[in-house]
Design a binder for this molecule. Structure first.
Ligand code: SF4
Length: 219
């Protein structure tokens, strides 16, 4: 499967009834975005198809990428992440808006679950269902050398993808595990508002991990 076919098939996916309902139910429920058109479908990854570095998140935000259709775009997570990608020299501009000409350099963004879940918490079944798309999407990124998991759930989804045991590769901020074939698996706290506005994850902390990932990827 090529990337355009993947995107077409993915965006038609309705495998998880709870998420199919939720991604549409939240439309217009936030005052700031009332009356706006929402994407309200599975959100495909975004970035460089030749990426050497893959950032792997949890799931679309109900009023972020579920609204805009681009990962980490339109909510607090993206407002934290995109300026730091730019500061690290990995993108063409410090902000992301749907329809803009933003380019990521050697980087691709995606997530373990591609439809917005209630409370940002996908169930185990939903994670398992969406792992089939992870297999296709990561398989298409043939140049990828470094995978940066944002949060514990994302790390565990990547471990499952690579057939590795969770107990051998525990989650902590700054974790770095070599993978076969000269590849690397890194982990950071997720860039969610819950972490960035409580001080659990600072700009400096994330930039440090990002620059390490960039160096390991040879970018
Ligand atoms: Fe399909 Fe993944 Fe969305 Fe479930 S979360 S409906 S598997 S795209």
């Amino acid at each position: 499967m090529e990337m355009p076919e993947f995107r077409e098939k993915l965006t038609a996916c309705r495998l998880c009834p709870r998420l199919v309902a939720w991604r549409e139910e939240v439309v217009g429920k936030k005052r700031a975005h009332r009356g706006e058109a929402y994407w309200a479908r599975p959100v495909p990854g975004f970035g460089d198809p030749e990426a050497r570095l893959v950032l792997f998140g949890l799931a679309p935000g109900a009023h972020g990428s579920n609204r805009t259709g681009r990962p980490f775009t339109g909510d607090a997570s993206g407002a934290f992440l995109y300026p730091l990608l730019y500061e690290a020299g990995l993108s063409s501009r410090p902000e992301s808006h749907p329809g803009d000409d933003l380019r990521l350099y050697g980087v691709y963004l995606t997530a373990a679950v591609r439809c917005a879940p209630p409370g940002n918490r996908p169930t185990r079944e939903e994670l398992r269902a969406c792992s089939r798309w992870t297999a296709v999407e990561l398989g298409l990124l043939e140049e990828a050398r470094v995978y940066l998991a944002l949060g514990r759930v994302a790390l565990e989804a990547l471990l499952e993808h690579f057939g590795l045991r969770k107990s051998t590769y525990p989650f902590f901020h700054g974790a770095h595990y070599p993978l076969p074939g000269g590849r690397h698996l890194l982990a950071s706290y997720h860039v969610s508002r819950q972490n960035t506005q409580t001080g659990r994850l600072s700009r400096e902390m994330f930039l440090e991990v990002l620059l390490k990932a960039k160096a390991l990827a040879g970018l």
